[in-house]
Structures are given as C-alpha cells and as structure tokens.
Write a protein that binds this ligand. Sequence first.
Ligand code: GTP
Ligand code: MG
Length: 306
Amino acid sequence: MGLLGNIKKGLQKTRSMLQGRLGALFSRRRFDDDFYDELEEILIGADVGLQTSLELVEKLRENVQKGRISEPEQVVDLLKEMLLDILGKETVPLAVSEEKPMVILMLGVNGVGKTTTIGKLAARYRKEGKNTLLVAGDTFRAAAIEQLEIWAKRSKSDLIKHQQNADPAAVIFDGIAAAKARGSDLVLCDTAGRLHNKANLMEELKKIYRVIGKALPGAPHEVLLVLDATTGQNALAQAKVFNEAANLTGIVLTKLDGTAKGGIVVAVARELQLPVKLVGVGESIDDLQPFDPQEYVEGLFAGEWI
Ligand SMILES: Nc1nc2c(ncn2[C@@H]2O[C@H](COP(=O)(O)OP(=O)(O)OP(=O)(O)O)[C@@H](O)[C@H]2O)c(=O)[nH]1
Ligand SMILES: [Mg+2]
C-alpha cells in the first residue's frame, strides 16, 4: 500500500510486559532450568502459543549448550530470528486486481472491528487516489448501516445500502453493480458478525461469497478475516469456521494496542497458514497498518536489556 506504518505504538503493552519480565529474568544472568521455565511462561503469557513457546525455548537451550549464546542480548537476537522464521520476513501485501473494481470482503464475529477496518482501509486507498465504495452488508445489527455511513463520510467513499433486514447478498450484488457502473476502483463489503445463530451466519456468508463471484467473475479478490487480538487463542478457533464458508485470503488482527499478548500474531501466522496482512493499532482512521514482520519483531523487543 506504500504507506509506511509503525507498529511500535500498537505493541506498547506487549513490549513493556516483555521488558519487565525478560529484564528481570536476564538480570539473574544464569541459564539454568528456572531460566528456561520462566522464559517459557513469559512466551506463553504473551500468547505466542504453547507449541511455539516450547520450541523456541528448546532451540535456545541448544544454542546455549553449544556455547553460541552467553549474553541476554543474544537471547533477544535469537528470539527475533526464530520469530521471523515463523512469520516470514516480508510483508504480504493485499491483492492488486488488474480489472476494476477490486472487491474486498470483510468477515469476522461481532465486535472484532470489521466495520472500523473497512473505514480505515478505505481511507488508506483514498490517499492513494483510489475511488472506494463501501457496501452495507450487515443488515442484521441495528445501527450497523449508520455506522458504515459515518465511515463512508470520513473516508470520502461512496456507500451502497438497503434497509435493515434486507438480504445482504442482494445489497452486495447491487454494490458491485454500482461500482462497475461508476468505475470505482475498490468495493469494500461489510458483513454481519452475528445472526440468529452461527449456522445462519455461515450459510449467509456462503451465499454472499457465491453472489460476489456471479456479480464479478474473479471476485472477491480478498477475503479478510478480522480477528481481535485481545481474545487470544479463541481467535484461532474462529478462523477454521470462517474458512469453511469462504476462501480466506488473509487475516486482519485488530486491537493489538489493547493487549499485552501481542504474541498472538505469531500463533495466528503459524497455526492458520494464512498471512497476517493488516494490523489494527487503535480506533482512529490512521490506526491500520500493513503487517511488516521485521517491524513487528523490532517493536516487540525495542529498548535496552539490563
Ligand atoms: N483499540 C482498538 N479498538 C478497535 C480497533 N479496531 C476496532 N476497534 C474498536 O472495536 C469496536 C468494534 O468495532 P467494529 O468495527 O464496530 O466491529 P465489527 O466487527 O464491525 O462489529 P459488528 O458490526 O458488531 O459485528 C469499536 O469500538 C472500534 O472502535 C483497534 O485496532 N484498536
Ligand atoms: Mg460491523
């Protein structure tokens, strides 16, 4: 997207937790069993995931035994390196479609930040000079349409909406037709996070996905699952369910700023086999960034050790 972001702000809580706990651990200056146990606990506490935490500590232990590591700073460097092995070193950008419009479908359970992310993303694309059109595909929740309307104004995007309780697939179909007629560059489709029950929601999402493909062959170009970083490992379970309804192409991890468990990015990347493409680091319009793994690991461990 060309706009350089700084994830450091969003990792503030995680970083200060790590600073405090790792700092205390390193100050003991002893690589004994207690050290490894404590390190494992810190990583698990940061939501890196159990398996990953065990593996990281095991690898560290090997390196210490082989005499490759003797200083805390080296521990941090090794952790960064190992995390980048899991995350990959490069940002995975959002798709760019040759033809107009490009269609992005935003999915996720209620309250994770779908609508907000659409608004922020539209604003980013607008800054690049793209014409954006938002579609109010959440016709279920009261006030969902009005909320998207506010984001359309803020991001200077067009909006296509129907009445509350209208068929969401029909709204989205109309949205894509309107985008084709107007020559919009991008269509961002909002969806409901909750219906009367989960089976209903999944059926509806399948239908939306099918209808988008009919309205525009090749679309949707991105199907992004929005996950709330503060819900920890719970977020992982949601991905499986949504992936069955639509072919997910990436993850947006929101509310990274609201948690000291920012290691969840690592668990998500490793366990879902889907790239984290964007991260939300606050509630305002500029608080969305492409996920850059190197910035992320630097942001986790920035600062002085001991
Ligand atoms: N701190 C923080 N808050 C966020 C972030 N992203 C979204 N939020 C907040 O999370 C709340 C829910 O966001 P929405 O965008 O309405 O979530 P949604 O997924 O559309 O929710 P439903 O429409 O109910 O399914 C709002 O108060 C947002 O301001 C983020 O990155 N950081
Ligand atoms: Mg919403």
